[in-house]
Design a protein around this ligand. Structure first.
Ligand code: ZN
Length: 193
């Protein structure tokens, strides 16, 4: 049975993937939540259960191959492909552009499911869709674990996310957490400003 969004969020909290506090984002904005998908995907049992939501959504679709953008997407694409018993490939950055390497190829007419861990602007997924189309492949849909776009990103194909996490952030000068004097944490480091 598929996990509910509530159950998935509980897993995010339990594994430390979803943190609550006062965080400095790479954009320079401040947020009261921070999400690091790798923290949950490090546990195969959770990864399997969460990816099952994506696999279930596309189980009745005709799919030949799953493709994902490196790095975060690879884990998701591999697991969804395993559950659907399909081939799994990935695109990786070479001179900042996503490309197929390692002898990976897509045949004209091949039906492709694109998988990603987190969609915020959807940039990497859009790039992968262009790779598939440029090789004559047919995009069947897009599956991701977390949609953080607040409903803004539309890939133009059937898309599903296991969970939607609203991204709320503030300009530093408007941050109410700063006003409260809460220490600012830069995620991924121990440094506290
Ligand atoms: Zn702040």
């Amino acid at each position: 049975m598929n996990l509910s969004e509530k159950e998935i969020i509980e897993i995010f909290k339990k594994t430390g993937a979803l943190l609550e506090g006062h965080f400095l984002l790479t954009s320079g904005r401040h947020s009261n939540v921070y999400f690091q998908c790798a923290k949950v995907l490090q546990y195969p049992e959770y990864m399997e259960k969460i990816c099952a939501n994506i696999a279930a959504h596309f189980r009745s679709s005709k799919i030949d191959t799953v493709i994902s953008p490196a790095i975060g997407g690879i884990i998701v694409g591999q697991e969804v492909a395993r559950q659907l018993n399909k081939r799994s490939i990935f695109a990786e950055r070479e001179d900042k552009v996503l490309t197929l390497r390692r002898g990976f190829s897509i045949e004209p007419g091949e039906k492709i499911l694109v998988c990603e861990d987190v969609v915020t602007t959807g940039g990497s997924v859009f790039e992968v869709i262009e790779i598939v189309k440029s090789l004559g492949g047919e995009v069947v849909g897009v599956g991701c674990i977390v949609d953080r776009s607040n409903g803004k990103v539309n890939f133009g194909y059937p898309q599903v996310s296991a969970v939607k996490l609203e991204a709320v952030s503030f300009q530093p000068e408007e941050c109410e957490l700063c006003t409260k004097g809460l220490p600012l944490i830069k995620p991924g480091s121990r440094k506290i400003k």
